[in-house]
Design a protein around this ligand. Structure first.
Ligand SMILES: Cc1cc2nc3c(=O)[nH]c(=O)nc-3n(C[C@H](O)[C@H](O)[C@H](O)COP(=O)(O)OP(=O)(O)OC[C@H]3O[C@@H](n4cnc5c(N)ncnc54)[C@H](O)[C@@H]3O)c2cc1C
Ligand SMILES: *[C@@H]1O[C@H](CO)[C@@H](O)[C@H](O)[C@H]1NC(C)=O
Ligand SMILES: *[C@@H]1O[C@H](CO)[C@@H](O)[C@H](O)[C@H]1NC(C)=O
Ligand SMILES: *[C@@H]1O[C@H](CO)[C@@H](O)[C@H](O)[C@H]1NC(C)=O
Ligand SMILES: *[C@@H]1O[C@H](CO)[C@@H](O)[C@H](O)[C@H]1NC(C)=O
Length: 457
């Protein structure tokens, strides 16, 4: 099955490429007009470098706001303008990797900020970034992209003006897609789920622990959100049932917390687990993650886009079929610094600071990546994973595009934190990290009650 999938993906790309090479199009033109989709961390980071390099660009943002998922929005389902709600932020969130691994290059938080500030604080940081680099005037808000098509020699980008409901199209020479990867929930399906009478939500719609005070709640999953919810809810609910199969050093959450294996089936008032035990439940929160969604990509874009993977992308960012389209923010199991580096790479390309290899060479490089992944026993859904190759990836981007080399120490911090976090879930955010040089860092215990944020609006 896996092999078949890989094979069909590869064939698919070859077909696309043959057509394209015959067309002989695709290289970046001089002084291109760049269009960026989304003003979250990825779009803002990219915009900053476009500006640095003197490129003509415009950001299309669906909402009235910058900051993407980092903006807490009390609405559920649709926002104030009736748009699907893109942000997945909830109260009391603190970032889960040290801020050093998320900060934009040359734009640190104020000295003395804790290493794991709150989500609210990170949102303030993003707003300050947009102001500092004077990006707001380049952003066209309330512009919801509905279609991107390749039309002979340019991109036709179509959007709905959310305030007037009018549809408009614009021509762009170069497109950066950075619409976020954590907005579309994955909903698992279990036997009896329709019979369950309680409330079921996905963590995308979870906002505030107070909504669950004194209730019997089931949290499903132990990814970043599942573990956060266990912490945030266990002392609020009357019973917190946590179904997952993560192996980690489970801390003492509270007397009312109970760990369960995977779900077997739902009844009208509760859940049977794989160990045949039963729990009565009032509310369910599926913390079961997110999938990609790029509904606006027309077939002419030449990308195979599914909820689980996108291909073929050269350097995890360039659309090989039409190399004037880059995706920023797709790689999995990476730090935000990777996204930031991709933004700089996109800007360097748009500015003509470097030239891409031919489409055949890019496809060859991508196929080599696919072979390596396959040899490691990975599946096609892992085609966008960088993971343990992160430092090599930074090196590769720099070697090709001449952009700033993100230091090895970031990968060292990432690798350490990934393990330390699961060993010390309740306390790992109370450490401060400091970079000593390109390879070394230090850390020390420094809890800050109340999580103060030195940034204001
Ligand atoms: C709850 C949560 C916690 C997280 N915590 C961490 C963490 O601690 N550390 C970490 O490194 N990462 C974390 N992440 C990952 C996080 O997604 C990244 O940090 C980063 O915010 C990604 O930015 P982005 O710009 O790619 O996406 P987003 O922040 O989602 O921004 C995308 C933007 O595009 C806009 N948009 C979407 N569709 C369209 C359209 N069709 N037309 C126009 N505009 C559109 C949206 O309105 C939004 O403003 C977390 C994610 C979530 C959901
Ligand atoms: C651009 O695409 C839109 C939506 O598909 C279409 O309605 C419009 O006619 C196109 N514009 C041009 C100039 O082709
Ligand atoms: C605008 O585009 C959207 C999405 O493609 C479509 O559903 C809607 O009908 C269009 N509105 C108008 C006024 O044409
Ligand atoms: C819940 O409260 C108890 C008692 O005050 C405390 O020991 C425990 O650490 C709290 N749990 C969490 C996850 O904060
Ligand atoms: C870096 O480049 C080398 C040489 O082209 C390649 O083999 C490797 O897969 C690349 N690694 C990453 C993570 O991109």
């Amino acid at each position: 099955m896996t092999n078949k999938l890989w094979a069909s993906a590869v064939v698919l790309c070859f077909l696309n490429l043959t057509l394209e090479v015959r067309d002989g199009v695709g290289m970046t033109k001089e002084n291109p007009r760049v269009c960026i989709v989304g003003a979250g961390y990825s779009g803002l980071g990219t915009a900053r470098y476009m500006k640095d390099y003197g490129v003509d660009f415009k950001v299309f943002e669906a909402t009235k706001h910058v900051g993407g998922t980092w903006r807490f929005d009390p609405h559920v389902g649709t926002d104030e303008d009736g748009l699907p709600l893109f942000t997945s932020m909830y109260k009391n969130l603190r970032i889960n990797t040290p801020r050093l691994t998320m900060e934009y290059t040359g734009f640190p938080f104020p000295e003395g900020t804790q290493s794991f500030p709150t989500g609210e604080c990170f949102y303030k940081y993003l707003k300050r970034f947009a102001k500092q680099f004077d990006l707001i005037k380049h952003i066209q808000f309330q512009s919801y992209i509905t279609s991107i098509k390749w039309d002979k020699n340019h991109w036709n980008v179509t959007y709905t003006k959310v305030d007037t409901k009018e549809n408009r199209s614009e021509e762009c020479d170069f497109v950066v897609v950075s619409n976020g990867e954590f907005s579309t929930p994955i909903w698992p399906k279990f036997e009896g789920q329709e019979a369950f009478k309680g409330k079921m939500i996905h963590s995308h719609d979870y906002k505030d622990p107070e909504d669950y005070r004194d209730r019997r709640v089931l949290v499903v999953g132990a990814g970043p959100s599942g573990l956060d919810l266990a912490m945030h809810l266990s002392n609020v609910t009357s019973r917190l049932v946590h179904s997952h199969h993560l192996k980690y050093n489970q801390p003492f959450f509270s007397d009312t917390y109970i760990k369960k294996p995977d779900i077997q089936l739902f009844t009208s008032n509760g859940v049977f687990f794989q160990d045949n035990t039963f729990e009565e439940i009032d509310d369910v929160i599926f913390s079961t993650g997110y999938e990609f969604a790029h509904p606006f990509l027309d077939r002419s874009v030449g990308i195979t886009a599914t909820g689980k993977f996108l291909l073929p992308l050269y350097q995890h960012t360039v659309n090989i079929r039409h190399p004037t389209m880059l995706f920023v923010g797709i790689p999995k199991k990476v730090l935000n610094s990777v996204i930031e580096a991709q933004g700089e790479y996109a800007a360097a390309l748009a500015a003509g600071k470097f030239k891409l290899p031919s489409q055949e060479q890019m496809l060859k490089a991508w196929l080599a990546h696919v072979r390596v992944m396959k040899a490691r026993g990975l599946k096609i859904v892992d085609v966008n994973v960088i993971g343990s190759d992160m430092d090599n990836y930074f090196a590769n981007l720099t070697a090709e595009a001449g952009i700033y080399r993100r230091p090895k120490v970031l990968t060292a911090i990432r690798d350490f934190n990934a393990v330390f976090r699961l060993e010390n879930l309740l306390t790992y955010r109370d450490y401060d990290y400091k970079i000593i040089d390109d390879e070394r860092y230090e850390k020390w215990y420094n809890p800050r009650p109340g999580n103060p944020c030195p940034l204001n609006d």
